[in-house]
Ligand binder design. Sequence first.
Ligand code: URA
Ligand code: CA
Length: 433
Amino acid sequence: MRMIDIIEKKRDGYELTEQEIRFFVEGYTKEEIPDYQISSLMMAIYFQDMTDEERANLTMAMVESGDQIVLSDIEGIKVDKHSTGGVGDTTTLVLGPLVAAVGVPVAKMSGRGLGHTGGTIDKLEAIQGFHVELTSEQFIKQVNELKLAVIGQSGNLTPADKKLYALRDVTATVNSIPLIASSIMSKKIAAGADAIVLDVKTGEGAFMKTVEDAEALATAMVRIGNNVGRNTMAIISDMSQPLGNAIGNALEVKEAIDTLSGNGPEDLTELCLLLGSQMVVVGGKAKTLDEARKILEGVIADGSALEIFKQFIEWQGGNGQIVAQPDLLPQAKYSFEIEAPRSGYVTYMEADEIGTAAMLLGAGRATKESEIDLAVGIILNKKVGDAVEQGESLATFYANSEDISDAKNLFLANFTISDDKVEAPPLVYKVIT
Ligand code: URA
Ligand code: CA
């Protein structure tokens, strides 16, 4: 087989066979095929697209390019959730205990945050003593007994995706639906998921700026999942403003406790119930989304979801007392109210930049090596659609430094108050099953 024939075939709009797809994925992983030929092929795919069968074959070729996590010693259908990335996205912290309380096993591998988006592991490490270094025996035992465990990323998963993504990044071929969809799905499948629920974000702050693009990506991923035997569902949700009220590590742990107790912000609670319902259905613990939702509301109301969160923290070395006494979490030295410069209605909040303001307070990493301050961050007191009076607090900043001027200026520059009332944006645009 020759690489030039594969490039020519795709350039002219023909469908590649499974063998041809495996040939270029394996060849590129082993560095037997040069960057210039693969970048030419990526550009051909960008313009000619891929059929459902090609997308499924590309996904599985990337899965098989490296290690795969084998979770067959865990009983039940292992369900994973993926979010395409957001600001103040506390859903994973809530969803783990929530669906585990219903008996859906959650064996999660999570990452750290970079830039303005937070990582689940950083958030969990805001809990004193909590660690994510488990042996695979501990991990499997914990998921079997508690239904929930989280470990840090390990192993050489999807090396083909790492190389292809780095190449696409510098050859203007990131923004291709078949390439993004296979990239994301390959990572979930290699991490051992039997079933997958996707939260595809849309809005200025998201990767997919329009609902149409987000829907195209979500549909592509759902089809790939179902075509390779992983029951997959998706939600298209809004990321034009941060989710919930808290942005920052310890602050989001507190927000997760509130939500698991039934006292969380409305938007975060609703998104967790929607995503959780899909997880319960693909996990085989309910027939319909409505039935699943009722079960989830039950485990919030009777305290069992919160109890699982406490046990999960203790199993992984953390202080479970924080669930009853969240003020045991790291506390910032100072707090500041950010006052509204004028009266009116909140019409717009640029999620990315609000996330960057939290990062400037120390809640996020500017580079991979930066230390983060687990105590600091932002609590939003107003969201899009709310009325505000001049001088009222838009947000509370928690900081360990008295100088918050950079963060405050960035926040105010990206928080728009106007005379005319706007409706809050819909939380969810579409549910794809
Ligand atoms: N995120 C991914 O993981 N892969 C892509 O191709 C794009 C975004
Ligand atoms: Ca939040």
